[in-house]
Design a binder for this molecule. Sequence first.
Ligand code: PLP
Length: 376
Amino acid sequence: MSSINFTRLAMPGVQQLHPYQPGKPISELERELGISNIIKLASNENPLGTSPKALAAMADAVADLGLYPDGSGYRLKQKLAAMHNVSPDQITLGNGSNDVLVLLVEAFICAQCRPVMSQYCFAVYPIAVQAAGATPEIVPALPQSHPSMPLGHDLPAMLAAVSEHTRLVFVANPNNPTGSRLGREELRGFLQQLPAQQIMIVDEAYTEYATDDDYPDASQWLEEFPNLVVTRTFSKAYGLAGLRVGYALSNPEIADMLNRIRQPFNVNSLALAAAEAALDDHEFIQRSCEINSAGLSYLNEQLPPLGLTPLPSAGNFVLVDMGEPAERWYQALLRAGIITRRVANYGLPDHLRITIGTAEQNQRLVSALQAIRNAS
Ligand SMILES: *Cc1c(COP(=O)(O)O)cnc(C)c1O
């Protein structure tokens, strides 16, 4: 080890950061326990895998891997522009939507900025803000006893927390890890009252799964609110988490700022090809959503008799109150070959976040939970 304290040489915000904790990879559990047939319900990935159309497009694109990707993402942007009824210069592509979230912070943050976000928001927001040298303004979430949005974003309190120092407001709809979702009128009302120089990011990573009538597609409000940015991803319903591709929709001036600081080839050529093809595979998305909603109903039915409380979810995962410290359940599930996600780092030590799997995987999960309950 070196005698120099490199931690102290890092930016103060970086010194205090706790790194993002991803779900445990299947290969790691295989090595640790020497078991196979493991299922991962930890990272909100699509249990159907990847669209066959995307796989075929990638296979074709392999021939050109010696060349740099199209740094402008021309064809993918054309498709997205048509789909969202925006102009291509309103689109910023990223290496996952994580990339565009970081670009937004890097482009607009200042040292005195206090971006507003909710308690139990997606962990990437505070990490990106702190890494850029600023401090997040974290607004207490709604209580778990809230009738429709337990642990969800408290929009009136978030609005009250907005000040001249805010600059960025983060809202995920639906939110991860809570699964909560905001209704059309409350979200629009928030935007109407938000001062126009405060940039509002609506992260719609799970939008394909949120199908109830009151769920808003914020991308339709871009013209009305020039300070609105909507982020989307191919990692969840589109089944391309391993490729890393996502995007932001915004007004062209915000997109111009992001374009100035992004890496010139921030989306690789396989990802560009796959994303384009995935957009055409409506059948894959539809099947993914059907399996998800059946699985969600199944878990909502099966968990309460075990004394486990699933919170209402509009995503492809469910936050479950285990009624006691969740670590014991997490470990026992691992031994049964099922990887779920602990959320103690979010301040939720009694909860597990469980991705909805295929019918078979969900049944295996429920059987394992029953066995753990019966053993205790
Ligand atoms: C998964 C997720 C993302 C997407 O991450 P990618 O970088 O696009 O894979 C963004 N926001 C939230 C809330 C998520 O849960």
